[in-house]
Design a protein around this ligand. Structure first.
Ligand SMILES: CC/C=C\C/C=C\C/C=C\C/C=C\C/C=C\C/C=C\CC/C=C/C(=O)SCCNC(=O)CCNC(=O)[C@H](O)C(C)(C)COP(=O)(O)OP(=O)(O)OC[C@H]1O[C@@H](n2cnc3c(N)ncnc32)[C@H](O)[C@@H]1OP(=O)(O)O
Ligand SMILES: Cc1cc2nc3c(=O)[nH]c(=O)nc-3n(C[C@H](O)[C@H](O)[C@H](O)COP(=O)(O)OP(=O)(O)OC[C@H]3O[C@@H](n4cnc5c(N)ncnc54)[C@H](O)[C@@H]3O)c2cc1C
Length: 664
């Protein structure tokens, strides 16, 4: 049967080169080729099917995780996939699994915090999957406050061993992914005690389960922490609980790049900063920003395609009703999310560069950019995951009732995504780290230390405190210099106001506690400025392809102006713009929406997602929504029988009872 493209009319209107945009989104022609090839490989392999995920029991679901992971590993070896291809394979399989923590945290932690000797010993085993590792930091009683962890690792000089112990219930390790059922080893963060002295939290490699029969080793109690939010979703992951009862490990299993314990039990600190113990979190936070663009683009792709298919009201003379995407309210909710997906993509690319740069510097013992890398990864992780979680839910609402069906793909996407606001650092806790960095920057302004990198704008603080926005007409809002000036003035004024208010308190700590809500807002303003700046810088590069740069520029303006509109309270209260200029933002936004409207299907096609990856009937490439929704409904297990299983036991007696009552 001939396949009909229900979105063909939309595709015929596109004014730019979608294939060229696919390259921009993927990062390069080669990255697009890899992505395309691997996504098809996954879509065509029945072991990677995922359409039944929301109706599987927990045990069945976890079993599919094991099967998919083992099959993926087999394919990686058979096809000799490169690291980039393997990571794409993981992405398109699209099921959280213990492998994520093994490759994404256990291995990077050994690389970042292990000595050369330790890396030589452990990395080959981990690379060949002869051991499976997880990252066990969080405890039942403490997650955000890493310095408050309670697990102890006490050095015993008699045997040259550490004794790992969980002294209280709250010291039980709680949450680590892969810990519950799959991992054989863990990187355990625990307090180092030598000679009765507590040296704070350090990382230790600990074997948990036998490599022969997978049973827990003596002194170890271990299990899964239970069902999490939503059907399917993150329940494919075995987040675990772990307790130690005086478990002994050799001394050389403490990761010793940052500090060492000698054979005699002497504690030594190398000249690398203590914060490197937190280095794996910086690495993962950076990856989470790129992931945010993927999750948001996926939801936006579904909502955009469906909004072009769905029609409500407005039929003239019996003609078709209006496509819901043509309602200005729909555009005002959807297009800023589309723009955000692109914005997060570009800031994610930049953050990856920043992370690579700081890693190279650390290897050369240059630690100068570490505080900025920490602030940027923490802040952008927080900003992008919060906006993405809200954005996915908005996309569900943009799809009306059908968005609530699991077959729309949106409920599972939302459920799997929202913990990103919590893991790798609660988003508020992370923004408070950014605000500390900002307050330090402001306090150093008079001392001759020139702010650099993402805080360079603070160097013109005197100008930014009094400058006036230049906008007279709506089109003036299209000038990058005008947009940047407004965002810089807002960020600088909010930080300076916080710093001035902090100085009114007798202690810095008291001030921070009291003003934390304002400090978080200042941190958000700073992070939004980074995203806008990096998007504008991206547009200064050569971008080939007919109309591609124009579309990206329109989206950049939508991103920035929709933020000014949303946060106009900040911009107005700080005198960065006038009420008249705020209203011109809306005029310009409407005109930008009209400009991108014919191109939105092209802009989501450029993500190049397969129907398998999208996992959504509403987001199907061909837009053939209604017949497929109808077909899908009949596949529900409830429809296996016409009369439900409990009819004779529950429904029939009730009906007969009513009949008897009625006769009475
Ligand atoms: C088929 C398969 C085959 C192959 C697979 C291939 C690929 C798959 C691979 C990959 C997937 C990739 C990656 C994804 C992996 C996983 C993601 C998915 C799931 C997520 C799993 C979740 C894991 C976790 O959640 S782990 C636990 C995370 N925990 C936290 O984030 C805790 C948050 N708390 C903190 O970070 C800190 O405690 C704090 C809040 C920062 C406070 O710390 P502390 O009290 O010590 O600090 P102070 O405030 O006093 O600050 C002291 C000083 O230090 C500076 N600082 C703090 N942190 C850092 C840092 N990280 N770096 C640098 N500097 C730091 C701080 O600014 C202060 O500085 P000053 O003294 O100068 O002010
Ligand atoms: C799905 C998932 C996977 C995870 N995987 C892992 C893993 O693999 N390994 C691992 O070690 N951990 C893992 N974690 C744990 C995760 O890192 C922590 O849950 C996270 O760091 C938040 O810490 P918490 O739970 O202690 O939150 P809490 O700190 O208890 O937060 C509770 C509330 O208190 C607020 N709050 C806390 N401190 C402050 C403060 N100073 N100022 C203002 N407000 C504050 C927070 O904003 C939040 O609203 C995972 C968690 C989840 C949900």
């Amino acid at each position: 049967m001939e396949e009909i493209d229900h979105l063909g009319h939309e595709r015929s209107k596109i004014e730019f080169d979608v294939e060229a945009m696919k390259i921009v989104w993927a990062g390069s022609q080669r990255a697009l080729e890899v992505s395309d090839r691997i996504s098809r490989l996954v879509a065509s392999d029945p072991i990677f099917r995922k359409d039944d995920r929301t109706i599987l029991s927990r045990k069945e679901l976890f079993n599919t995780t094991l099967r998919k992971s083992a099959h993926a590993w087999k394919r990686i070896i058979e096809l000799r996939l490169t690291e980039e291809e393997a990571s794409r394979l993981r992405f398109y399989i699209d099921q959280p699994a213990f492998m994520d923590l093994h490759w994404g945290m256990f291995i990077p932690a050994i690389k970042g915090q292990g000595t050369e000797e330790q890396q030589k010993k452990w990395l080959p085993l981990a690379y060949k999957m002869q051991i499976i590792g997880c990252y066990a930091q969080t405890e039942l009683g403490h997650g955000s406050n890493v310095q408050g962890l309670e697990t102890t690792a006490t050095f015993d000089p008699k045997t040259d061993e550490f004794i790992l112990h969980s002294p209280t219930l709250t010291s039980s390790k709680w949450w680590p992914g892969g810990l519950g059922k799959a991992s054989t080893h863990a990187l355990i963060y625990s307090r180092l005690i030598t000679d009765g002295q507590d040296h704070g939290v350090h990382g230790f490699i600990v074997q948990l389960r036998s490599l022969d029969d997978h049973l827990p080793l003596p002194g170890i109690t271990i299990g899964d922490i239970g069902i999490k939010f939503g059907n399917g979703a993150y329940n494919s992951m075995d987040n675990g609980v772990l307790r130690f009862d005086h478990v002994r490990i050799p001394r050389d299993q403490m990761l010793m790049r940052v500090s060492q314990v000698t054979r005699e039990g002497k504690y030594l600190q190398s000249d690398v900063p203590r914060q490197l113990v937190y280095g794996t979190m910086v690495y993962v936070r950076q990856t989470i920003v790129s992931d945010a663009s993927c999750a948001l683009s996926r939801a936006v792709c579904i909502a955009t395609r469906y909004s072009a298919v769905r029609r409500q009201f407005g039929s003239q003379d019996g003609g078709p009703e209006t496509q819901v995407i043509d309602y200005k309210t729909q555009q005002n909710r959807l297009f800023p999310l589309l723009a955000s997906a692109y914005a997060y993509r570009f800031v994610g690319e930049w953050l990856k560069w920043l992370y690579t740069d700081v890693t190279q510097r650390l290897q050369a013992n240059d630690f100068s950019t570490l505080p900025e890398a920490h602030a940027c990864t923490a802040g952008l992780k927080s900003l992008t995951t919060s906006a993405t979680a809200d954005g996915i839910e908005e996309c569900r609402k943009l799809c009306g009732g059908h968005g609530y069906l699991c077959s729309s793909g949106l409920p599972e996407l939302f459920a799997v995504y929202i913990p990103a606001c919590t893991y790798e650092g609660d988003n508020i806790v992370l923004l408070l780290q950014v605000s500390r960095f900002l307050m330090k920057t402001v306090s150093q302004l008079g001392s001759g230390i020139k702010p650099v990198g993402t805080t360079a704008y603070m160097g013109q603080v005197e100008h930014l405190m009094q400058c006036h926005c230049d906008v007279q007409r709506a089109e003036d809002w299209l000038k990058p210099s005008v947009i940047l000036a407004a965002f810089q003035a807002r960020a600088a004024r909010m930080s300076v106001a916080c710093a001035q208010n902090l100085s009114k308190f007798s202690s810095q700590e008291e001030g921070f506690a009291e003003l934390s809500a304002d400090l978080v807002e200042a941190a958000v303003a700073h992070c939004q400025l980074i995203v806008v700046t990096k998007y504008i810088e991206k547009l200064q590069q050569a971008i080939p392809g007919k109309g591609v740069k124009e579309q990206l520029a329109a989206l950049c303006n939508i991103y920035a102006l929709s933020l000014i509109h949303k946060h106009q309270g900040d911009f107005l209260a700080n005198g960065c713009i006038t009420p008249k200029q705020a209203s011109l933002v809306n005029w310009q936004l409407r005109s930008l929406y009209a400009q991108v409207r014919p191109n939105v299907i092209g802009l989501v096609d450029a993500f190049n997602y397969t129907d398998h990856y999208l996992g959504s009937i509403l987001g199907r490439y061909d837009g053939n929504v209604y017949p497929k929704l109808y077909e899908e409904a009949w596949k529900d297990p409830l429809n296996d029988s016409v009369v439900p299983d409990g009819y004779h036991e529950f429904i029939r007696p009730m009906l007969k009872q009513q009949l008897r009552t009625a006769r009475l």
